[in-house]
Ligand binder design. Structure first.
Ligand SMILES: Nc1ncnc2c1ncn2[C@@H]1O[C@H](COP(=O)(O)OP(=O)(O)OP(=O)(O)O)[C@@H](O)[C@H]1O
Length: 332
């Protein structure tokens, strides 16, 4: 469905290839069907590339990250890591993958074990990989220095660090195993603005020097614009728009992406008021767009792609300008 799905001959070189991913929570029954949290999402990440996943709360961003990490089962579709299908990888395979596919979570306070020293926390994944104690400790100190902390931080515990320092430690823990792909789930949203900038610059530097790929989950479009080359905009588990970060953030095509960019806070009150007016002119209220469905498609009057009566539940992605945009109208 998505044009972001890579052609078969390049699939081997992709760091991550997510195709038609669907995830349901809870038990599914015919009598009481549960809507999927993620519904037919496709995207691919090349080595060294960052893809930003954006969308309002509940749009399915974290669920995609969890499915990639093997923390939540996919109910449909596939996830490949450097050409290897890991969708339903067995626990042993997942443990082996854990060094190459790492995560940085949002909360720098709960993501570090308060009972362990920083050195123990960083050495733990290396020890699980079979690295000797002295070598693991050496690599932990090197990783701390790389994220701008002294090697002596290894002797201390999480409570002795600020939020920004803890997030640097979380980045060091993700990188200590020399991974290929890092899932960053809102890694700066709990930090103040100047600390956010420091951590984002660190992530960008590390990506560029190591050729890392990031799956970068965020609700803040400015943050995504800074770090990601491409963006996937999600709404209720479906892709609404994808394309180069500059195109999607600065020239959004889909009404939902426009609503997201219009809702992003800006420091200037006049611009904020203009955005609110633009949002209202599009008929987009604070509650969002409503459910795109076969009945009363919300885009019918302003769809740039087709004017047929809407007949599809799951939108197709069509090229508009530089982006791929969800169209809820059938073309057949
Ligand atoms: N463990 C769970 N059990 C049941 N439903 C869940 C669970 N986790 C998430 N969901 C539901 O799945 C949908 C997607 O949630 P998800 O956390 O992926 O969204 P998100 O875009 O990451 O939101 P946020 O920005 O608030 O973290 C939501 O409707 C949510 O209520």
């Amino acid at each position: 469905m998505s044009t972001l799905t890579a052609p078969a001959d390049t699939a081997q070189t992709l760091a991550l290839d997510v195709r038609d991913l669907t995830v349901h929570y809870g038990r599914r029954s015919r009598r009481k069907p549960v809507p999927p949290a993620v519904d037919g999402v496709s995207f691919a990440i090349a080595p060294g590339e960052t893809i930003g996943l954006v969308g309002e709360s509940g749009s399915g961003k974290s669920t995609i990250g969890k499915a990639v990490l093997g923390l939540q089962s996919a109910t449909g579709g596939s996830i490949s890591f450097f050409g290897d299908d890991i969708t339903h990888a067995a626990p042993a395979r997942r443990r082996a993958l854990a060094a190459q596919l790492r995560v940085v979570f949002q909360d720098p306070y709960s993501s570090l074990n308060p009972a362990m020293t920083i050195g123990e926390t960083l050495a733990e994944p290396l020890r699980l990989m079979g690295v000797g104690k002295a070598e693991a400790a050496r690599r932990a100190r090197t990783a701390l220095e790389r994220v701008g902390l002294p090697a002596s931080a290894a002797e201390r515990r999480p409570r002795q660090f600020s939020g920004g320092q803890r997030q640097r430690i979380a980045v060091a823990r993700a990188l200590v195993c020399d991974p290929k792909v890092v899932v960053c789930d809102e890694p700066v949203s709990a930090l103040d603005l100047s600390t956010q900038a420091q951590v984002l610059n660190l992530l960008a530097d590390l990506r560029d020097e190591r050729g890392l790929s990031y799956l970068f989950v965020a609700h803040d479009l400015a943050v995504v614009r800074f770090l990601a080359q491409r963006v996937v905009v999600l709404y209720r588990g479906q892709v609404m728009e994808t394309g180069a970060a500059a195109a999607v953030v600065e020239h959004p095509r889909h009404p939902y992406t426009r609503a997201l960019t219009a809702a992003a806070p800006v420091p200037r009150p006049a611009e904020q008021a203009a955005r609110r007016a633009a949002r209202e002119a599009m008929g987009i209220g604070a509650a969002g767009l409503g459910t795109p469905s076969t009945a009363g498609c919300p885009f019918a009057s302003r769809c740039p792609l087709a004017t047929d009566v809407c007949r599809t539940e799951r939108p197709a992605l069509r090229r508009v300008g530089d982006s791929d945009v969800a169209c809820h109208h059938a073309t057949d």
